[in-house]
Ligand binder design. Structure first.
Ligand code: SAM
Length: 292
């Protein structure tokens, strides 16, 4: 692509009339392109550009500032992997929280566990939830569940008022720019620690180990200063650049590799299995090197 000029970040109309969304990885001088069949929604909210597009390859896609967040074709991988692993590692998770709402896919998975009494979701951008309720599959269903409480707030500030409040916390943050930048501050990890019960567990979206190794490393280092158990695990999300993606779990008491896998609610899962639960923690040598 030679000409990236477009009024909507990332979108480019080709001379043949095709519309493409280009996700930039400037540090690697490459871009990932997604062929767009239809731009269904676009707006500039108080925080970011929100788009919903129908893509040729990945179904419906929710996009922020030109970066894909989740698609209807492969979103199950992200939603299952950020959620099932801590929900099974904790033997009886009752009080759940999520920072970063979006389409609320992870909350929809957490609601499968019958120990759950309530789920608090802190999303900075009310417009994201409204738009996802209209166009994406999960947000409306989750928001209507009596166990769910939605709050529109910066997760960085919101978490500071929560002490020993949660058994499982999911940090479904966007990449480190825009409104999510606060969720990468060193102090944030201390607030996260303090918000968890004495046996609480957090899982944080920690980026591509290949393209954003420094983000993964600094996330792990920060958590290791606070938690006795810190484990990074991987999954493969076809629509994300490079496919390989990381989550990092930090736990005050329970070891995920000792989890009782009979608790896994995988009846309608499309990615996770008991075997995959364990194998996800096996890291390639280059990722182990990053974290050593
Ligand atoms: N996996 C999600 C889904 O199913 O749609 C995508 C969530 S997206 C990765 C991250 C979400 O975090 C966005 O909806 C964004 O508005 C929200 N966000 C960004 N910065 C935030 C902050 N400081 N506090 C709370 N939410 C934030």
């Amino acid at each position: 692509m030679t000409n990236k000029k477009s009024s909507l970040t990332g979108f480019l109309k080709e001379p043949n009339g095709e519309l493409w969304l280009w996700d930039d990885l400037p540090q690697l001088h490459m871009e990932t392109g997604y062929l767009v069949e239809q731009l269904l929604h676009y707006e500039q909210s108080a925080y970011q550009e929100i788009s919903i597009v129908e893509t040729k390859g990945f179904g419906r896609m929710f996009v922020l500032d030109g970066t894909p967040q989740v698609t209807t074709k492969d979103g199950f991988v992200y939603n299952e992997m950020i959620t099932h692993i801590p929900m099974v590692t904790h033997p009886a998770p009752k009080r759940i929280a999520m920072i970063g709402g979006g389409d609320c896919g992870p909350a929809s998975v957490a609601l499968k566990y019958n120990t759950v009494e309530h789920i608090e979701i802190a999303e900075i951008d009310q417009r994201v939830i409204e738009v996802c309720k209209t166009w994406m599959p999960n947000a409306a269903v989750v928001a209507n569940d009596k166990r769910v409480q939605l709050t529109y707030a910066d997760g960085y500030r919101w978490i500071q008022a929560r002490k020993k409040a949660f058994d499982v916390l999911l940090i479904d943050r966007s990449d480190p720019y825009g409104p999510a930048i606060t969720l990468y501050k060193p102090a944030f990890y201390q607030y996260v620690h303090d918000s968890l019960s004495d046996d609480g567990i957090v899982v944080i979206q920690s980026g591509s180990p290949y393209y954003n190794g420094s983000t993964l490393r600094s996330t792990v280092r920060s958590l290791q200063r606070l938690f006795p158990i810190v484990r990074t695990y991987l999954c493969f999300i076809p629509s994300f650049p490079g496919g390989i993606w990381s989550f990092t779990l930090a736990s005050k008491q329970y070891e995920p590799l000792d989890a009782d896998l009979s608790r896994l609610r995988d009846e309608d899962a499309k990615y996770i299995t008991p075997e995959l639960f364990r194998s996800a923690f096996v890291l390639p040598r280059y990722v182990r090197g990053l974290l050593s």
